[in-house]
Ligand binder design. Structure first.
Ligand code: FAD
Length: 630
């Protein structure tokens, strides 16, 4: 006997929560048709909180405060929310076997639950020391950290250990975040890991050095290049009293935290679904080798377009959120859902530090910024074949992190590694964008909106004409080669050749010249200063990104718009939308004087005036005062 659902989400973690949110938003199910089955006793929550807010000694995060999807400024999906949405939560229920052919799941309580469509969101489990031949990790003062129960055990162990010693096994992000939490809880920490430096899968030696010396200043000791071999225990409690290392050292321990990696929870489906990279293989729709079954989050191995379709299994919360939402979109609206196009993203926060990483850490590394400051702002680019493949930034602002993601998504071309290295902060003047053709008019309209702004790939040509959206994938599919971020520096029409800035000669039989136009610069009228950090033109995406950044830092301030043509008019409107006071200056008698009659212009000028715009007409700018680069 059992229940039957149309949609079953197996697993009740981050991905399950976001899948539920997407179902509720799209409304593609009826009450009682959708359920989430979870081994955990509580509704899905934001797992990253377990190693951050949950471990704080004062005012710690507790449920319901961090149910999904609060971390992403979305709704807080409490048990009540699921009830209201008609989504059944089958909690505290472990699925012990699955039959993909029959479309059934068997629970530990003996119930058979059937589905029409299954979303596997079983995540991953923490690796146990026993899997490395070390016994004893059941001791009351040895902690792992994957679930709420683990976090509660860790909180209890910490509370009975104040002023004592903890050994953290593992130098990955769980180890690093737990070590920071232990220090904050006034516990002395020794970190033990076999690598040369912490976060070895991501950090370079130089980046790791910064964090290790920061941790050292907080009292953390590092024991690197060795592993634990056994524990010393106290009889009869079985509590660990010391950790024994391979090099013979004994480290006294009142508690131990173990963060030595995870394994995806694939076992229910092995032999039934295709596997890859330690996870369940899916296509760009998050669909497994069985068309009724989807996999999302940590358990899914999916193609990353940005890495030329290479399959990756990511263990990060952002990927869990996005892949879950994508699968639901693909299930409910398959014809409208393109293949997932995900930019890998990972972040961590420890003490007062905070970093973000985008892309892939392959290729040559260039570090930049200030590694010495107590309020650091530094980072690294990974560069392969002259283009950015990954970027890391510590201590960035929201705008900088957003720009960082754009640089990686567009595989920005690096013109000079040595100049890049000299950057004091994250800036991108030395990078040129790699991006397929887009609808340029969007740059002065949707792109500049304060909320819900248009971003690529949404406004590639020819979307504005209700045609297809010509993404990079589209060009690939149609066999059209895009030679991006490449400047043609000379043309020889007699020989039918073009010479590029990379020294390549490209020949043609027929040439279509579509080089458009460039924005005139103030310098061409004898006015200097247009290089200043807050002087913007608007012709291409880099210009638009600069303008967005400047507008964000200028909220409530004032702007001068030079020129009364349509660029001036549209930018003035965008600035007003950002609550920036605008004065327009132009030499004509009225705005848009190449097209508008005085009567038409009067209407628009009045309208703009009503929005707070001031007009200074019949005059021109003669110079700009620039101080501190602004
Ligand atoms: P999970 O959230 O792990 O959920 C899996 C769910 O499936 C669980 O509810 C589990 O009980 C259930 N389940 C599994 N098997 C069964 C079964 N047989 N029957 C029933 N239920 C089952 N990522 C970042 O990017 N940044 C961070 O700062 C960060 N911090 C983290 C801190 C901690 C402590 C942890 C553990 C992870 C952190 N992560 C972070 C990673 C991030 O939380 C995961 O990538 C994310 O939780 C994956 O979501 P998921 O839904 O795929 O898996």
């Amino acid at each position: 006997m059992g229940r039957a659902f149309v949609y079953v989400v197996l697993g009740g973690g981050v991905a399950a929560g976001y899948a539920a949110l997407e179902f509720a938003r799209r409304g593609g199910y009826s009450r009682g048709e959708l359920c989430i089955i979870s081994e955990e006793a509580v509704a899905p929550y934001e797992r990253p909180a377990l190693s951050k807010g949950y471990l704080l000694p004062e005012d710690p995060a507790r449920l319901p405060g961090f149910h999904t999807c609060v971390g992403a400024n979305d709704e807080l999906l409490t048990t009540k929310w699921y009830k209201e949405q008609g989504i059944e939560l089958v909690l505290g229920t472990k699925v012990i076997s699955a039959d993909v052919r029959r479309k059934t799941l068997l629970t530990a309580t003996g119930e058979t639950i059937s589905y029409k469509t299954l979303i596997i969101a079983t995540g991953a489990r923490a690796l146990k020391l026993e899997e490395f031949g070390i016994s004893g990790s059941d001791a009351t003062n040895i902690c792992y950290l994957r679930s709420l129960d683990d976090a509660d055990k860790l909180v209890n162990a910490m509370s009975s250990c104040s002023g004592g010693n903890a050994v953290v096994i593992g130098g990955g992000y769980i180890g690093m975040e737990c070590a920071a939490a232990l220090v904050t809880n006034k516990i002395k920490v020794t970190m033990v890991f076999p690598e040369n430096h912490c976060m070895a899968r991501l950090f370079t030696q130089k980046i790791a050095e910064y964090y290790e010396s920061y941790y050292t200043s907080k009292g953390v000791t590092f024991t690197k290049g060795t592993v634990l071999t056994s524990f010393e225990k106290e009889d009869p409690t079985g509590k660990v009293t010391a950790v024994v290392l391979k090099d013979g050292k004994h480290l006294p321990a009142d508690m131990v935290v173990v963060g030595i990696g995870i394994r995806a929870n694939t076992s229910l489906f092995e032999g039934q679904l295709l596997m890859e990279k330690g996870g369940i293989k899916v296509n760009g729709q998050m669909q497994t080798s069985d068309s009724s079954v989807y996999a999302v989050g940590d358990v899914a191995a999916f193609p990353i377009k940005l890495f030329d379709g290479d399959t990756r299994r990511l263990e990060h919360v952002d990927s869990a959120r996005r892949t879950a939402r994508h699968a639901v979109a693909a299930i409910l609206e398959p014809s409208k859902t393109r293949d997932v196009d995900y930019l890998p993203f990972f972040y961590s926060r420890v003490f007062t530090l905070s970093w973000q990483f985008y892309g892939d850490n392959v290729g040559e590394v260039v570090h930049y910024g200030d590694f010495a400051s107590s309020s650091p702002s530094f980072g690294a680019y990974w560069i392969s074949k002259g283009r950015i493949t990954g970027a890391f930034l510590e201590g960035g602002s929201r705008e900088e992190y957003e720009a960082l993601s754009v640089v990686v998504r567009r595989k920005a071309k690096v013109s000079s590694m040595s100049e890049l290295e000299k950057q004091e902060r994250f800036l991108d003047p030395l990078l040129t964008w790699q991006v397929a053709p887009y609808e340029r008019p969007a740059l002065s309209k949707g792109y500049l909106l304060p909320r819900g702004a248009a971003r690529l790939p949404a406004f590639h040509t020819c979307v504005g004409a209700n045609d297809e959206l010509l993404t990079e994938q589209w060009y690939k599919e149609h066999g059209i080669e895009l030679v991006l971020a490449t400047r043609v520096i000379s043309a020889d029409l007699r020989r039918k050749t073009l010479l590029t800035d990379t020294g390549e000669t490209i020949s043609y039989k027929t040439l279509i010249v579509a080089t458009g136009a460039r924005a005139l610069k103030l310098e061409e009228f004898g006015v200097g200063g247009s290089h200043a950090a807050n002087v913007c033109y608007l012709r291409n995406l880099e210009d638009a990104d600069k303008m967005v950044g400047v507008m964000r830092s200028c909220h409530g301030g004032s702007a001068v718009v030079i020129g009364g043509g349509y660029i001036g008019m549209e930018c003035a409107a965008a600035l007003v939308a950002h609550e920036i006071k605008v004065t327009m200056v132009f030499p004509g008698k009225h705005c848009m004087d190449r097209l508008f009659t005085p009567k038409i212009a009067e209407f628009y000028e009045k309208y703009y005036t009503a929005k707070g715009v001031a007009f200074i007409k019949g005059t021109a700018v003669t110079s700009l005062e620039v101080s501190d680069g602004k």
